[in-house]
Design a protein around this ligand. Structure first.
Ligand code: ADP
Length: 253
């Protein structure tokens, strides 16, 4: 186990009002830095640009139209990267920014270029921080959600493991927000229609993602030999446990 992609979602990075949760992000950065300093190659796929933009623009409500959202994301992406740069430098880590779009995965030259550059950075102990380039891509040419993006990135660099941190312990047999008797699934060996049904089709409260896109990401990842763990981002120490083969959350093999 050497190369790891860690994806953190909006629900982990932002507070109820949509603004960034700096404390949480700091803990996350600490865990990732420890991994990196222990010789792991780590890529961080991070959402949160809109949340960061809202903070920067002192907005108390989420942007409504697509253009407005992209504008806020453009402001926020800089703020987010700046924040990560500051936090990671506390642990002597250097980050690199990767803003990708669908074309980076569908065009062979762009794909190979993105691959070469990321592997080069990883070799230097630098942490690539990845997000979709929301400011410039229109809906139809988007990967669309960072769960899928993280699986594509895992493929790009031949990751051994993809960790998706969310606001929930893992995959439950039904939506735990709705059903009190929902049970956490520890291990999924085969992603069939039953598993997809558990995740439902509903997105998250912030519009994209939800459990369904995480299952699709798991399907993509396991197909190319990358294991995937969905775990709670509210305890960033989970990262360390997972890397040490502790069963936390849901493991897809
Ligand atoms: P993130 O922002 O971290 O990507 P999302 O909010 O998009 O997270 O997705 C996680 C949410 O998916 C959970 O909080 C939960 O409300 C919902 N969900 C729906 N079905 C399930 C399920 N079977 N197991 C776990 N979570 C589920």
């Amino acid at each position: 186990l050497k190369r790891i992609v860690i994806k953190v979602g909006t629900s982990t990075l932002t507070k109820e009002d949509g603004n960034l949760n700096i404390d949480k992000i700091n803990k996350l950065v600490r865990e990732i830095s420890l991994l990196s300093n222990n010789g792991y190659e780590v890529v961080l796929v991070t959402s949160g640009a809109v949340g960061a933009g809202m903070g920067r623009l002192k907005m108390s409500e989420r942007p409504k139209t697509l253009t407005e959202k992209q504008a806020v994301a453009a402001v926020g992406q800089v703020a987010l990267t700046h924040l990560y740069q500051n936090l990671f430098s506390e642990y002597n880590k250097i980050i690199a920014q990767f803003l990708l779009t669908k074309a980076d995965f569908s065009d062979r030259n762009r794909y190979l270029n993105a691959r070469n550059v990321s592997l080069n950075l990883l070799k230097k102990g630098i942490i690539p921080v990845v997000n979709e380039n929301d400011a410039v891509v229109a809906d139809e040419i988007k990967v669309g959600d960072n769960d899928t993006l993280s699986a594509l990135v895992a493929g790009l660099i031949d990751a051994d493991l993809l960790i998706i941190l969310s606001d929930i312990e893992g995959l439950y047999n039904k939506n735990p927000q709705k059903y009190d008797d929902a049970k956490l699934i520890k291990l999924v060996g085969k992603i069939d229609e039953d598993v997809k049904k558990m995740a439902g089709m509903e997105g998250s409260k912030f519009g994209t993602g939800g459990m369904y896109t995480k299952i699709i990401a798991a399907e993509m990842a396991t197909k190319i030999g990358t294991n995937l763990v969905i775990a709670s981002g509210s305890e960033p120490e989970n990262i360390n446990k997972i890397v040490n083969y502790e069963l936390v959350g849901t493991l897809f093999v």
